[in-house]
Write a protein that binds this ligand. Structure first.
Ligand code: ADA
Length: 561
């Protein structure tokens, strides 16, 4: 399953979930193996296989693909961790870096019959990888998100970007449709756009090997809006017709009529103030690594809802679209962020960094643009926001993301009070603080927050909304002790209870995202001193088994509703 809803009624799509051949790479890159001794499930992480639990290297995935007819195909990869080089019938046809953003490769003329798809996957660290670095989350290897092969015409609908705009009780919907012609001939045709009971059609022409961008605005007087309480989604279908009016391609999106605005220190959704209470969630599950099955995603959202949360931060990278689809369906609000945790000057100076972060910014926004649940974009987490070099990269990402999406506010999670020089770039100020865990005592939680807010005011950003974007404590699952000392579940419950009591009731705090939803594996190269080589600050463990803090969080979020 590649998405939680049907994206095509005309275009044929073959999903590639299932068993693929696998062979670890021993030779130089690009030398495809002659034999494959292992079979692995896709999507999946190779660390789930007994022979590859700690494999950091390269490996080849292979599978046969049968094409029903002559014509063009489109290979769709939702996530390869962390680099994939794609070969079709032995010929290199594309390459992509970053596990957390999707990409597609069109192959213009393929004959009907049997073909071979091979993907060389690399999850090694080094100067070639500026975003996937040894970190406080694990960098898995594999085809970790779904793969599909689409059968397309020379001209097809590449993407739809829909922007709802509220006008009093009425709405408009700006629809941008990106078309692509990979053929040698010009194409004359028409497009039908159908959404919420309205249909508009228009002719278009697109030259050979060109792209085209068409825009339509539709107006609605009585359309049902999207909100956390009423997460109503509308299907938006685009049908592409040839010169004789025959339907030859289509693409279906889902839209939610909702608007996010910042008004002074308030965050408004459809002109009503919202307060956020939720979790930071890594994509990581005990036996699956970052290839979290949709059943576990469902369970995660069920558990968050059970704890009365309305908010999730995709720490620290763009998430699986099926998870975002479910947040749309459930009315869970999302802070989605680009892929950047604790990247400092040494990483930012890598030759690979500027392009890799720019690709991530762009691919995150254009692929996740239509999700109404995403209410804000996060830019960098605890990166070098206190130097001129760092500020240049923060500014570049902010400018890039704002140019792609003017409809959502931006924020950034900082951990550098009194040093950060980037707060002015953002619409919402967010900070990560671990008072009572990494330093200070529980009774300092409120004074430290007031001190931070005073500095933010002095820094000229006191008139913006404020989110406590991280706070928490570690607890070894199952370790209970009457002395309630660090690493016990009791300590974590006590500290989270004290923190939530301050943060959820402070008038200047618009929202909280506690660290973190579940325990996750960390890179041994980075933080081998973490117990179990895990980040143990989850409210549930890696198997989603609740810790003592679960009920503390549940009642605190309930009281804050
Ligand atoms: C930081 C960081 C998180 C995690 C956390 C922790 O705030 O943003 O990714 O590493 O610390 O557990 O210490």
């Amino acid at each position: 399953m590649i998405r939680m809803f049907e994206r095509h009624k005309i275009r044929s799509v073959a999903e590639m979930d299932g068993m693929w051949d696998f062979e670890p790479a021993t030779g130089s890159a690009g030398r495809l193996p002659r034999r494959y001794r292992t079979r692995m499930h896709v999507p999946g992480a190779w660390e789930s296989h007994p022979d590859f639990r700690t494999w950091r290297g390269r490996g080849y995935f292979r599978r046969a693909v049968h094409c029903e007819r002559d014509g063009a195909i489109r290979l769709v990869f939702k996530g390869i961790s962390h680099t994939g080089v794609v070969y079709w019938d032995g010929k290199k046809v594309g390459r992509h870096y970053n596990a957390f953003t999707p990409f597609a490769i069109e192959i213009p003329s393929v004959q009907a019959g049997a073909h071979t798809l091979v993907v060389e996957v690399d999850n090694t660290f080094g100067p070639h990888s500026a975003l996937h670095i040894p970190n406080d989350y694990y960098c898995y290897g594999g085809l970790t998100r779904p793969v599909a092969v689409e059968s397309i015409g020379d001209v097809f609908v590449e993407r739809i970007l829909a922007t709802p705009r509220r006008q009093g009780r009425d709405w408009s919907l700006d629809v941008r449709i990106d078309l692509k012609n990979i053929g040698r001939k010009p194409f004359f045709g028409s497009l039908d756009v159908a959404v919420a009971g309205k249909t508009v059609g228009r002719p278009f022409r697109i030259g050979p090997r060109k792209t085209a961008e068409l825009a339509e605005t539709l107006r609605f007087t009585d359309v049902a809006a999207w909100s956390p309480d009423t997460p109503i989604l509308h299907t938006l279908g685009v049908t592409l017709r040839d010169g004789e009016g025959r339907a030859c391609d289509d693409l279906i999106e889902r839209v939610g009529f909702r608007e996010i605005k910042i008004k002074g220190r308030k965050i408004l959704l459809n002109n009503r103030e919202i307060k956020l209470r939720g979790f930071n969630r890594h994509e990581d599950a005990a036996d699956f690594g970052c290839a979290v099955p949709v059943e576990v995603m469902t369970q995660d959202l069920d558990l968050m809802t059970d704890m009365n949360a309305n908010f999730v931060r995709t720490s620290h990278y763009p998430n699986d679209e099926r998870f975002l689809d479910m947040c749309d369906e459930r009315g869970i609000l999302v802070w989605e962020e680009n892929h950047a945790r604790a990247l400092m000057a040494d990483t930012m100076k890598l030759e690979a960094f500027p392009k890799q972060i720019a690709d991530c910014d762009r691919e995150m926004v254009i692929n996740h643009y239509n999700h109404p649940s995403i209410i804000l974009w996060g830019v960098f987490n605890e990166c070098e926001s206190f130097t001129a070099l760092g500020r240049r990269h923060y500014e570049a990402s902010v400018k890039r993301i704002r140019a792609l999406d003017a409809s959502r506010p931006l924020t950034s999670a900082s951990c550098y009070p009194e040093k950060d020089i980037t707060l002015d770039l953002f619409d919402i100020v967010s900070f990560n603080r671990y008072v009572g865990w990494y330093g200070g005592e529980r009774d300092r939680i409120r004074p430290e927050l007031d001190k931070l807010l005073a500095w933010i005011r002095k820094d000229g950003n006191g008139n913006k909304p404020f989110i406590m974007s991280e706070f928490g404590a570690g607890a070894i699952p199952g370790w209970r002790a009457a002395r309630r000392t660090k690493w016990t579940e009791e300590f974590q419950a006590d500290l989270l209870g004290a923190s939530l009591d301050v943060y959820l009731n402070h008038p200047r705090v618009n929202g909280v995202a506690l660290w973190q939803f579940c325990d996750v594996r960390v890179c041994e190269e980075w933080f081998h001193s973490r117990p179990r080589c895990m980040n143990n600050k989850g409210v549930v463990d890696e198997h989603r088994r609740p810790k003592l803090a679960y009920d503390i969080v549940k009642s605190a979020f309930d009281a804050a509703r």
